[in-house]
Design a protein around this ligand. Structure first.
Ligand code: ATP
Length: 603
């Protein structure tokens, strides 16, 4: 039963891989036909060569029938078939490589594009290293499927069949001897794979461990150095590295001790057997009159039998690995993308203006919102809240009270129950993607800066005019420090904005959000990493936006939202208190009062 399931999975993977290959080949598919044709012709010519040699020896050299014209023709034919076969192989490789590379390029773009559209819930369980590997290494496996696997198998099969047919035509008894010894080649290669497979698999695993360790230590370098953990990390790395070396050596040993010597030995046995039988035949005792040309042709053919057999057998394990990698890519492509929004009536006039402010309706209307990440374990319970246009709302609460979850739902990172959140009276689900993203801006806790210029970091690929970028930077109080940089807006900020202070990074992130001219601005603990002076700058920036932009700010530092029109206090996913700072401070023993006093004490 289990084996049956396994077979089904393998069959399924194979179907997925072939489907993906066909899609990836796309408009270049006709090159595949040409490549197969060149390949078949080249293999045919390679089989023809020894036959011409045989005629030259048997009909001219041995009987000393020196007919120079036909000898020159045969010799020329021999050289020409060799050259033509090489030329055709070159053409075939060129077409095939081009096709394979373009397929990888197309597939990689498709996979990356798909990853960009996946819902945030997917990234909760995704492992970054694995995802990177899907987009880079696994897509590369498609190339392997074309070049290393499918064509090597096809090539070897054509050469092998042609060679056996030619041998049968020349002398079926000698051919039978060669064919009888062929299973030995399969046995040797099979044994080699059995012996080397564990080492190959382990070496692969260790290589990805090495990648993961390097990525982890570079990502956490500051923590690593602060804890003086360099020696421990170096030691762990060298252990993994040493293990990988040992496994690679085991694999090479299996090749050097078993595969090559055994195959060479078999080659010698085959040659000796053919020569022995041939010798008998030369005596006239077994096979009658000898033809030295047949011996020449057979010796040429023996190499052409063994090599394709090795290739075919070896490629099968490669095929399996490539199919598995391709199936992993297909699996990723099967992940459902983020839900389409607002596509019900694409031509609808209202859809174009969806979420545009209308007097009377709140900017954000949350109605009896319940939400659970997993099953029925709600993290938000019956939350109702109306936020008017242009208001500044603060959201506070203990760790784990549900602040970020609420923000994620408002940002549509996770789907809220239909109708539980409305923006300007329109359910969130009905607002088209572009309209929604252009109306909502986010300043995250981690500003996430690109290794690019200040301008590019604010623009974020939207091709905004410089005037708008500058306006946003001024509104975010970032303009002055940007201008003080050596190249102003064109100054490169370094990886992750390493040239800027935490506060400056945060101001760039605010400028980025404002450059989109949002109607709703959400801040997710945007002041948690900055000093009080920068916090004041942020506060000033927010105050200047009041009335024009609806602001929803999550803040652990209560001073950031002290001046908010209304502060919503969450407790275990419920609204515990709501009101302006002064009103909340008047609630004796209230949650906000306690939080605020605690922070005052700590300051
Ligand atoms: N992606 C997720 N998958 C499952 N559970 C989650 C996920 N994110 C948050 N939770 C759970 O939801 C609850 C609310 O978490 P949330 O991050 O919204 O709290 P928070 O108030 O923003 O906390 P903090 O102030 O520490 O950021 C927590 O119990 C948390 O464990």
């Amino acid at each position: 039963m289990q084996a049956e399931t396994l077979e089904k999975t393998r069959g399924e993977s194979m179907r997925q891989a072939v489907g993906l290959l066909k899609d990836a080949a796309g408009p270049d598919r006709h090159h595949l036909g040409w490549a197969v044709l060149w390949l078949a012709l080249a293999a045919g010519l390679e089989v023809l060569g020894p036959l011409l040699g045989k005629r030259l020896i048997d009909e001219h050299l041995l009987p000393r029938a020196l007919d120079w014209t036909s000898m020159a023709l045969l010799l020329g034919g021999l050289v020409l078939t060799g050259c033509a076969a090489s030329w055709l192989r070159y053409l075939q490789l060129l077409r095939l490589s081009g096709l394979a590379m373009r397929s990888v390029q197309r597939l990689r773009e498709r996979v990356y594009g798909h990853v960009l559209r996946l819902p945030m819930a997917f990234f909760d369980r995704a492992i970054t290293g694995q995802l990177v590997s899907r987009v880079t290494n696994d897509t590369e496996a498609v190339k392997g499927l074309y070049i290393q696997v499918l064509f090597v198998i096809l090539d070897s099969t054509i050469v092998l069949t042609g060679t056996i047919l030619a041998m049968a035509w020349l002398d079926w008894r000698l051919m039978s001897l060669v064919v009888a010894l062929m299973p030995c080649v399969l046995l040797i290669v099979w044994l080699y794979q059995r012996l080397s497979a564990p080492a190959v698999a382990r070496a692969r695993q260790l290589r990805s461990d090495i990648n993961a360790q390097v990525a982890e230590s570079i990502g956490g370098m500051s923590v690593l150095q602060a804890n003086n953990a360099q020696a421990r990390f170096a030691e762990r790395f060298s252990r993994t590295n040493e293990d990988q070396y040992t496994q690679r050596v085991a694999e090479i040993r299996a090749n050097a001790w078993l595969l090559r010597p055994a195959l060479d030995m078999l080659n010698v046995v085959l040659l000796a057997s053919v020569i022995y039988l041939f010798g008998q035949r030369a005596d006239g005792t077994v096979l009658g009159v000898a033809e030295v040309g047949v011996l020449y042709a057979f010796i040429s053919y023996i190499a052409r039998v063994i090599e394709p057999l090795i290739q075919i057998t070896m490629q099968f394990s490669q095929l399996q690995q490539s199919v598995v990698a391709t199936a992993r890519v297909a699996g990723l492509l099967d992940e459902a993308g983020a839900p389409e929004h607002g596509t019900a009536n694409p031509g609808d006039e209202a859809a174009a203006n969806e979420a545009a402010p209308t007097s009377g309706t709140p900017a954000i209307d949350i109605r009896h919102l319940d939400f659970a990440y997993i099953g029925d374990r709600n993290v938000l319970h019956d939350l109702s809240l109306q936020i008017p246009h242009g208001a500044f709302y603060g959201i506070v609460g203990h760790t784990g009270s549900g602040k970020s979850t609420l923000l994620s739902l408002l940002l549509r990172y996770y789907p809220a129950p239909r109708g539980s959140i409305l923006m300007n009276g329109v359910p969130l689900d009905d607002i088209g993607h572009d309209a929604f993203r252009s109306r909502v801006g986010l300043v995250p806790q981690d500003p996430f800066l690109l290794a690019a210029s200040a301008r590019e970091n604010i623009d974020m690929g939207r091709n905004l005019p410089l005037a708008r970028i500058e306006r946003a930077a001024r509104a975010a109080h970032a303009h002055d420090f940007i201008m003080a940089l050596e190249d102003g807006y064109d100054t490169l900020l370094g990886e992750g904005g390493s040239r800027l202070s935490s506060g400056q990074k945060q101001l760039i992130a605010i400028a980025r959000a404002l450059a989109g001219e949002p109607r709703v601005l959400m801040l997710d603990e945007a002041t948690s990493r900055i000093d009080s002076a920068t916090e004041q700058v942020v506060q000033e920036a927010l105050n200047e936006l009041r009335g024009q932009v609806t602001i929803i700010a999550i803040a652990h530092r209560l001073s950031t939202i002290r001046d908010a029109d209304r502060i919503v206090v969450l407790n275990h996913g419920r609204i515990e208190e709501a009101g302006a700072h002064d009103a909340l401070m008047r609630i004796e023993g209230g949650l906000y009062q306690r939080l605020y006093l605690l922070q005052q004490l700590a300051a």
